[in-house]
Design a protein around this ligand. Structure first.
Ligand SMILES: Nc1nc2c(ncn2[C@@H]2O[C@H](COP(=O)(O)OP(=O)(O)OP(=O)(O)O)[C@@H](O)[C@H]2O)c(=O)[nH]1
Ligand SMILES: [Mg+2]
Length: 204
């Protein structure tokens, strides 16, 4: 995937701020600190456009990045960070659930999981929301560079089992450190974009 142009568009705190140009959206959800923003930076080949930090809880809005005037990558706030207040947590939950339920341009959700650990309760809940709202989902097992290659398969299996993953949902092994999985993930994203265009051509 050749990246010609990337723009940070907005940190949206409410739906009225979401872009209105109807480009397809690919959103990323996952625990705080799992590596969502790093994954975006790797996809778009920019070192630090999506803000990353070793301090969890940094991304607290929906951050929109427009790529090649073709698609938005939407970075969600991470969940499961203990030091965020309960009210704040509920606000995030509400914002994300509303987005998943109502956001028409959402064409694919990436659920980002740390390959080293068993998915958390929040991961399982998020995955079940996605199934409930029938949102096309791709599971991304990131930080693959952190465990030896010989363990990848076993860990992927554990992730699928804990999520009770639909066998039709693709699972991508990824590393923002090495770039592993980048092309495969772009292929999946491009397929979702193509499906969106086929759908809108059919309905006009
Ligand atoms: N080794 C390795 N480190 C990674 C990888 N992805 C992310 N990291 C590191 O993990 C930390 C968190 O990464 P972020 O991308 O900020 O995580 P996030 O999910 O956006 O976090 P929040 O915005 O707080 O939800 C940073 O120190 C990254 O450098 C990876 O694939 N491999
Ligand atoms: Mg982030």
């Amino acid at each position: 995937m050749k990246i010609l142009d990337v723009q940070f568009v907005i940190s949206a705190v409410r739906p009225s701020q979401y872009p209105e140009d109807a480009l397809p959206e690919i959103a990323l959800a996952g625990r705080s600190n799992v590596g969502k923003s790093s994954l975006i930076n790797k996809l778009i080949m920019r070192k630090n456009l999506a803000r990353t930090s070793s301090q969890p809880g940094k991304t607290q809005q929906l951050n929109y990045y427009r790529v090649n005037d073709m698609v938005y990558l939407v970075d969600f706030p991470g969940y499961g960070y203990a030091k965020v207040s309960k009210t704040r947590r509920e606000q995030f939950g509400e914002m994300i659930e509303t987005y998943l339920r109502e956001r028409e341009p959402l064409k694919l959700q990436l659920l980002v999981i740390d390959i080293r650990h068993e998915p958390s309760k929040d991961d399982v809940l998020m995955y079940h929301w996605l199934k409930h709202y029938e949102i096309p989902t791709c599971i991304v097992a990131t930080k693959a560079d952190k465990i030896p290659r010989s363990k990848w398969e076993k860990h992927i299996k554990m992730i699928k089992t804990t999520l009770e993953a639909d066998p039709r949902d693709p699972v991508v092994l990824f590393s923002s450190e090495t770039g592993q999985g980048r092309e495969q993930l772009w292929d999946i994203i491009n397929e979702a974009i193509a499906a969106h265009h086929a759908e809108s051509a059919g309905s006009s």
